[in-house]
Design a protein around this ligand. Structure first.
Ligand code: 4HU
Length: 445
């Protein structure tokens, strides 16, 4: 059947429109592969989620910023073999420029910080919610776009920044009804891996590559990880040393291996003590295997996961103190996270936490016959100017209007009838109580 045939007919549609429904669609009405439409019900859920993102950002005194989804490809060319740079949605525009649909938001944030230069005072606390893209072979049937809430702090070198960002994540989960028994936040520091590589005198230029490989722990087998590490030129001793340290789950054990006074341990201890003060200590745990898959992280990294372990990371982030110098300018310490809109909704479904978000409007205004369409317009207009949401309906039978009022959860039905209007009145029906009365049109609130 043609897609248009699926459109609900309410039995009231005029003959012309029902005829057009018989024609099969000439275009594929589905969105491009790996992308989503948001019809009203899905859009209400997305808006509810984004309103929660915004409310947490507001409570943390972050400012909203935004960027084009289209960015120069140069912003994302990195040599560390990250999945995100191997799946760039990139193309050449009609001016011969190499551009991408951005795969992440952090490089745009960094670009704007550089562009703003001295005109901004640090620290900067910025957030944005934006669509990100990847071109993945559809063999895996995964999405090619999602919306990401990003919160980033520029110019805060101490772990206070990480502590603030983790509080934002915890506040968000708590707002959605998720508890620390549903979700945990694993954290570590890339300085752990840096310390291990130093112990085996691994050349610094291998650091980001090793991080990207080690991030696949849990996705690839240990043998595959070891093979990839060896292929970068690491000795088997270094590989074993890395695997051994990254399997640690206790900070005190880590201190035994790395020695006290190591920066990585000091940072993590400070973060755990701040967590106690914030009141979110039961949400976080040390896990040395957390390195995250983005090349530019340099310090503490963290990711939220569901404790049932079925889903991928719900969100993740970390410190990236040397991203700006890769764009040719002086470094500004930075830290941030990305929180996608899809995995969290899967989790809410699993936990029975999806909110009920019915459509709701204040008033339906309905002229009882054609000559009253003008007066109905002025009634609707004055109610809208008073802030009411008003659905102005015409060309329908009254029976349909009552059914429609129920369907959209209208609070009131305002009927504009000839005899009432001649007396300057309209009839009001309160739909919850069935109460009905006349009101002077000019005094309707
Ligand atoms: O989180 C990685 C990612 C980036 C862009 C689009 C999608 Br879907 N996922």
């Amino acid at each position: 059947a043609s897609p248009t045939a699926a459109l609900a007919t309410d039995g009231d549609s005029s003959p012309a429109s029902s005829a057009s429904m018989a024609q099969p669609a000439v275009v594929d009405v589905n969105p491009p592969r790996g992308t989503r439409d948001f019809p009203p019900e899905e859009m209400r859920l997305r808006s509810w989620l984004f309103d929660n993102f915004r409310e947490v950002s507001r409570s943390m005194a972050f400012e909203e910023v935004d960027f084009p989804v289209l960015e120069s490809e140069a912003l994302f060319i990195r040599k560390a073999g990250e999945e995100i740079t191997q799946q760039l949605y990139n193309f050449e525009d009609k001016g011969g420029r190499r551009v991408v649909l951005r795969p992440e938001i952090t490089p745009s944030l960094a670009r704007l910080v550089i562009k703003q230069g001295k005109s901004v005072s640090l620290p900067l606390k910025w957030f944005t919610i934006g669509q990100c893209w990847r071109y993945e072979r559809m063999t895996r049937g995964r999405r090619r776009e999602h919306y990401q809430w990003n919160m980033d702090i520029f110019g805060m070198p101490k772990v206070r920044a990480e502590a603030e960002l983790i509080q934002a994540i915890v506040l968000l989960f708590e707002r959605l009804g998720i508890t620390s028994s549903d979700v945990g936040i694993r954290l570590s520091s890339r300085k752990v891996l840096q310390a291990v590589l130093d112990m085996y005198s691994v050349p610094q230029h291998l650091f980001t590559q090793v991080c990207v490989i080690v991030d696949k722990l849990g996705k690839l087998s240990r043998e595959e990880i070891e093979k990839e590490l060896i292929s970068t030129g690491l000795s088997s001793e270094a590989v074993q040393g890395i695997i051994e340290v990254l399997s640690l789950k206790s900070l005190s054990k880590l201190e035994e291996v790395l020695g006290s006074g190591v920066e990585a341990v000091a940072d993590l201890k400070k973060l755990f003590s701040l967590a106690e003060q914030y009141g979110y200590a039961d949400w976080i745990c040390f896990d040395a295997s957390v390195v995250r898959g983005l090349a530019y992280y340099t310090g503490i990294v963290f990711e939220a996961f569901d404790r049932e372990g079925e889903l991928r990371a719900i969100c993740g982030g970390g410190r990236y103190d040397r991203l700006l110098s890769t764009f040719g300018t002086e470094d500004v310490p930075a830290c941030g996270f990305g929180f996608g809109d899809a995995v969290i909704v899967e989790l809410l479904k699993e936990k029975g936490l999806l909110p009920d978000l019915p459509r709701q409007i204040d008033d339906i205004v309905f002229p009882l016959d054609e000559e009253l369409e003008g007066p109905a317009s002025s009634v609707a207009s004055s109610l809208r100017k008073k802030g009411r949401s008003v659905d102005l309906v015409e060309d329908k039978r009254l029976k349909w209007v009552f059914k429609h009022a129920e369907r959209i959860n209208a609070s009131r039905l305002i009927l504009v009838g000839k005899s009432e209007w001649e007396r300057g009145m309209v009839r009001v029906k309160i739909l919850s109580t069935r109460e009905e009365f006349e009101v002077k049109a000019g005094e309707l609130q």
